[in-house]
Design a protein. Structure first.
Lengths: 220, 79
């Protein structure tokens, strides 16, 4: 099993993702610089980490979405490779057009950093199969622009197609329909604002994030 | 040629910065202020003198990078 974590200038959860994936799955993890033009051969999981890529200039994730490596990430996602964007990574996936919608400034204009309870809305995805039988999980969020937005038709479609994967039990940022995480229509690209990479051992307050990485790699 | 691109959140998208500024203006006594929107302006020089070509080029820049048309609208000025 092999995973790749993309490192943009300004990423700050790239190491967290590497350690979280290694410890929770035993997979080997390659760090891939944003300027690279190839992913490791035979990669099973691509992770876009949290942080402030390109200083959040212009819009969160806008410049990162146009990085050279994103051509390869799009191609891999197109081949069905499991792809996860966490926090800033979710913003990058939306800006890159791999997921619908966008992430706006938090409703109360505040950076929110705390543990959130999440409802597992769909445990039939390749990322959440390991949560079978569990309706709620806990992870932390840390974001200033985590307020998910899409037009009403898109939101209806996401809900109708089972693409809403996680919902906040107590919405921290004004996110439309309490959405915390979504998958694409094919089910191989996941974007989420909460951090599974900060919840992979009980000592961190929750080990629920480990299940997500285990599921993603078990499905590869 | 000098290009100015004005980017704002679309009318249906909640502009929380605009709301905060509006409340601050109300607090300063300007109670008649309504519907504040906070946007950004991006300015740059563009080589070449063909106006139509420049317009098409700047529009392409907006669609690809300068605006996210899921949430934002843009207006281009060329001078």
């Amino acid at each position: 099993m092999k995973a790749a974590v993309i490192v943009f200038p300004g990423s700050n959860c790239d190491r967290d993702c590497k350690v979280a994936i290694e410890r929770s799955t035993g997979a080997s993890v390659d760090m891939v610089w944003h300027g690279d033009t190839a992913l490791p051969d035979g990669v099973d999981l691509v992770v876009l980490p949290g942080g402030f890529s390109y200083g959040d200039y212009l819009r969160c994730g806008a410049m990162a979405a146009l990085s050279p490596i994103m051509t390869e990430v799009k191609a891999a996602a197109g081949r069905g490779v499991a792809t996860v964007g966490i926090c800033n990574g979710f913003q990058v996936l939306c800006e890159a057009g791999l997921l619908p919608g966008a992430l706006l400034r938090n409703e109360k204009l505040k950076y929110v950093c705390k543990t959130v309870e999440l409802a597992v809305v769909n445990n039939q995805t390749r990322f959440t199969a390991g949560y079978a039988g569990r309706r709620e999980v806990a992870m932390t969020v840390g974001n200033g622009e985590g307020n998910y937005f899409a037009d009403e038709d898109t939101l209806d479609r996401l809900e109708g197609e089972g693409q809403v994967v996680f919902r906040y039990l107590a919405n921290p940022n004004g996110s439309a329909r309490d959405i915390a995480g979504i998958v694409n229509t094919r089910g191989n690209v996941l974007g989420m604002m909460p951090h599974p990479d900060r919840a992979f051992e009980p000592e961190l307050g929750s080990a629920d994030g480990a299940v997500l990485f285990q599921s993603a790699l078990a499905s590869a | 040629m000098r290009a100015k691109v004005h980017v704002f959140l679309k009318p249906g998208v909640l502009d929380v910065q605009g709301k905060a500024v509006e409340q601050a203006l109300h607090g300063l006594g300007w109670g008649g202020v309504e519907h504040v929107r906070v946007g950004k302006t991006i300015e740059f020089d563009l080589k070449g003198g063909d106006r139509a070509a420049a317009e098409a080029e700047v529009k392409a820049m907006c669609e690809k990078l300068l605006a996210n048309t899921v949430i934002e609208s843009y207006r281009v000025e060329l001078a």
